[in-house]
Design a protein around this ligand. Structure first.
Ligand SMILES: Cc1ncc(COP(=O)(O)O)c(C=O)c1O
Length: 395
């Protein structure tokens, strides 16, 4: 066997998005590119802002010596200072470069954090529906995912959270705006989370970290806001990237920010830097660290995604689908009209519409639509959704 049994199993269980991607390729070959409506992937459709291109050109032309060498594993001091200045402005907290570690995207950053805080067998709480990679990231570092369901609006249920935290819990990992639901947690949610964590920390006499995956923070709609997590729990670690806010996921650039309010931050950051190295990332890409330094306040125009959200959401509601209106990110997570979400997804495929079954995110009975696609894909998918709705008796 070329690969381990465990990996083979993980690939079989966690391959829904890839499976749909492959189905899409087959369907496109058969029916032609423009006749298949692929809503399965979360790859930004908008182009990076002009300021990104400007900085990129500037740094590519630079002849500064040593630009392509190793640097400290935490990243360039100047870039970490720029991130810290941005965060100080946004939070009112005294961030310095000492709380910032540059990473290879949010995925790299989350792995670094988990490796740093997990003791073998420790539990990490995640809320379902969840970003499926979390399960594998936690497992990568000898941890055990502890899944706590959200309520009917996809908000954390604090009572269930309290029950889900055990003496083995080392962290609670949250993601708002959320993939796959588009839910944005309000201040009340974070206040409640902070209270539960404080109570459980003193009950069990150990630190329980709040890890916040903020990758969609700047994609918030309807004039809403996304609270800064640092306010609510001292042992807070935020992980984010420029994959979505600058639309550069292929460039693998992000960072970890540790709360300046966390007493043990010095040792924690030393651990993060060590893990960045020994996980084999070594450091975040040098060129990108230079490019994003001046772009900390720059972002793609979220209104473009909001417009696409409105197209998709109003279409589905009008057909009778049961949908919680997403307030951020670029996903919608409707209820499947039948319990068997895989059967429903197959029905949509008959109309050349590709979505991902909810069970791929730990929430059977739903399906995920990614609306970061061209308008013609959204428009072209609507007749398929309508036929499937009629078939299963929606009004
Ligand atoms: C919730 C969430 N976290 C992390 C990632 C990974 O982001 P990155 O490309 O910055 O590694 C994604 C990517 O889609 C995501 O949806």
């Amino acid at each position: 066997m070329a690969i381990s049994r465990k990996l083979r199993q993980q690939m079989a269980d966690g391959g829904w998005i890839r499976k749909m991607f492959e189905e899409g390729i087959a369907l496109k070959k058969k029916h032609g590119e423009r006749n298949v409506f692929d809503l399965s992937l979360g790859n930004p459709i908008v182009e990076p802002p002009e300021a990104f291109r400007r900085e990129l050109r500037r740094w590519v032309d630079s002849t500064a010596p040593g630009m392509h060498r190793y640097m400290p594993n935490a990243g360039y001091a100047e870039t970490r200072e720029a991130v810290a200045a941005h965060l100080s402005g946004a939070t009112g907290l005294p961030f310095t470069q000492n709380e910032i570690v540059m990473t290879c995207g949010a995925a790299g950053g989350i792995n670094v954090v988990l490796k740093t805080v997990i003791e073998a067998g420790d539990e990490v709480v995640i809320f379902s529906p969840y970003f499926v990679e979390y399960i594998y990231y936690i497992d990568n570092h000898g941890g055990v995912p502890r899944i706590v369901p959200t309520d009917s609006r996809f908000m954390p249920d604090l009572k269930l959270l309290e029950e889900g935290i055990t003496p083995r819990t080392c962290a609670v990992l949250v993601n708002s705006p959320n993939n796959p639901t588009g839910a944005v947690y309000g201040r009340d949610v974070f206040e409640g989370l902070g209270e539960v964590l404080a109570r459980k920390q003193s009950e069990y006499g150990r630190a329980i970290h709040l890890i916040s995956d903020d990758i969609y923070r700047r994609l918030v709609y309807d004039g809403g806001e996304c609270p800064q997590v640092y306010e609510y729990h001292p042992a807070t670690i935020v992980v984010t990237s420029h994959s979505k806010d600058l639309a550069v996921p292929g460039e693998r650039i992000g960072y970890i920010a540790v709360s300046p309010r966390y007493e043990a931050r010095e040792e924690l950051v030393q651990g993060l830097v060590f893990c960045n190295r020994v996980l084999g990332f070594v450091n975040a890409p040098a060129l990108m660290q230079n490019v994003v330094r001046a772009l900390q306040d720059v972002s793609v125009d979220a209104r473009e995604y909001e417009r696409k959200r409105d197209m998709m959401y109003s279409g589905l509601v009008e057909m009778g689908y049961s949908v919680v209106k997403p307030r951020g990110a670029f996903y919608i997570f409707p209820r499947s009209p039948i319990d068997d979400d895989v059967a429903f997804v197959k029905e949509l495929q008959k109309h050349n519409v590709l979505v991902v079954p909810g069970r791929g995110f730990g929430a059977p009975g739903h399906f995920r639509i990614s609306y970061c696609v061209d308008d013609w894909v959204i428009e072209g998918s609507l007749p398929g959704f309508r036929s499937a709705a009629r078939r299963f008796g929606l009004s």
